[in-house]
Design a protein around this ligand. Structure first.
Ligand SMILES: C[S@@+](CC[C@H](N)C(=O)[O-])C[C@H]1O[C@@H](n2cnc3c(N)ncnc32)[C@H](O)[C@@H]1O
Length: 387
């Protein structure tokens, strides 16, 4: 396959992509429609497009194909036709450490600054190291699973026997190369959840007690509820979400995990739900809020190019409205666990400050969970107590 052919395929894909779908879903649909593309064409086109978007807003003045060559060199450990053609002096250096590769690129393109990769640096939560965060976009995040202790040894052995490179971060958390086909390797009788490392760490501030009644109010398919249940199986639970389809997935996941005792409701938390909830009061509420998802853009790097800044304040307002509507159902002295997968202070610390100010909640702890240092998502979690 000639280089011109690869470049043409890349340029056509780039032109067709309008960010209406996440890039991985768009690629599936595109390849289905363009059956003339063989498996090698598809592999290279995917690699190039992902590399390209990982460069975010760096080197804005260069031609797309030159930006692609730089991106592909920085993001990969093996050379490509694009690197061989446009950066021929570097094709033997692709396996250098990232910092060394950046130095080479800076020599060639003095305007290259990796801090340009992320387009909204002034909006970041304060404790985020902008430099390390930007560099993390050049590295594909890992896939993480959480395996209950009873299954963890069996899971670890099965994965190793299948030749998969596993990092066991602790007894129940494993990191695997992205794209690992878990369902083909782990048998059904091994119970596990795919859950990002940082998402798992949010559980550190839940602190549920036996027989507590908790509400996971933006439950989606139940990731946080399952974490809560693993921390304290003797829990009473209400799960809700505005999307009924997510709650259907939740039912199946709960069934597989053996979580049987729970109540489920479809609720829009932007409206008054007193008719449904007036007699409820909870010992804990998990608000895993709808958000920009900016802490997960290492998995969806196309967002570096397509996210619009005005969306940050949209999400911030949404989060405040939802929080205001749920805290009335919390018992005094009990925690609201506020979580986002955002790196923007307007969705994190500023929402927390607003809740303290407007509703007198007392902040017990909050943390930006810095997944960018661990090939994981970056998240924010706060524990606020109702007075
Ligand atoms: C970050 S996701 C939750 C992820 C989930 N807790 C987990 O661990 O997998 C946010 C959820 O908020 C829900 N949501 C968005 N707007 C909502 C609203 N107005 N009322 C209730 N839920 C809403 C979305 O449907 C989405 O499932």
């Amino acid at each position: 396959m000639r280089i011109e052919h690869q470049i043409r395929a890349f340029e056509q894909l780039l032109k067709s992509y309008d960010a209406q779908l996440p890039l991985h879903r768009f690629l599936v649909a595109y390849f289905k429609k363009n059956k003339q593309m063989g498996s090698s064409d598809r592999r290279w086109a995917s690699r190039y497009l992902y590399s390209f978007f990982r460069l975010g807003k760096a080197l804005p003045k260069e031609q797309p194909v030159h930006r692609l060559a730089v991106a592909d060199f920085l993001c990969n450990g093996q050379s490509s036709m694009v690197i061989d053609t446009y950066l021929p002096h570097f094709s033997q250096q692709v396996d250098l450490p990232l910092n060394a590769k950046i130095t080479l690129i800076k020599d060639l393109y003095p305007s290259f600054d990796h801090k340009d990769i992320f387009p909204f640096p002034e909006s970041l939560s304060q404790s985020i190291d902008q430099e390390a965060f930007c560099l993390s976009f050049l590295i594909q995040p890992d896939l993480f699973i959480r395996v209950p202790q009873a299954y963890s040894l069996a899971a670890l052995n099965t994965l190793k026997e299948a030749g998969i490179v596993v990092r066991d971060l602790n007894e129940t958390t494993f990191a695997l190369p992205n794209g690992t086909k878990l369902e083909q390797v782990l048998p059904e009788n091994i119970n596990y959840q795919v859950q990002d490392l940082s998402s798992q760490k949010t559980g550190n501030i839940f602190e549920p007690k036996k027989y507590d009644y908790w509400w996971d109010c933006c439950a989606a398919s139940g990731g946080k509820s399952l974490l809560l249940y693993d921390l304290e199986p003797k829990i009473e639970l209400l799960v809700s979400d505005v999307r009924a389809s997510s709650l259907q997935n939740l039912e199946e996941r709960f069934r597989l995990a053996g979580l049987k005792k729970y109540q489920k409701k479809v609720l829009d938390l932007l409206v008054n739900n007193d008719q449904e909830l007036h007699h409820y009061s909870f010992d804990g509420i998990i608000l895993d809020a709808p958000c920009s998802g900016s802490g997960t853009w290492g998995r969806t790097p196309e967002m570096l190019s397509y996210f619009e800044a005005h969306r940050i304040s949209y999400f911030s307002k949404l989060q405040k409205s939802i929080a205001a509507n749920v805290i009335k159902y919390l018992k005094p002295g009990k925690p609201l666990i506020y979580i986002t997968c955002s790196v923007f202070k307007a969705e994190n610390e500023e929402v927390v400050a607003w809740l303290q100010q407007e509703y007198g909640l007392r902040l017990e702890k909050m943390e930006v969970i810095k997944g960018y240092q661990e090939k994981a998502d970056t998240m924010f979690a706060a524990r606020l107590i109702k007075n």
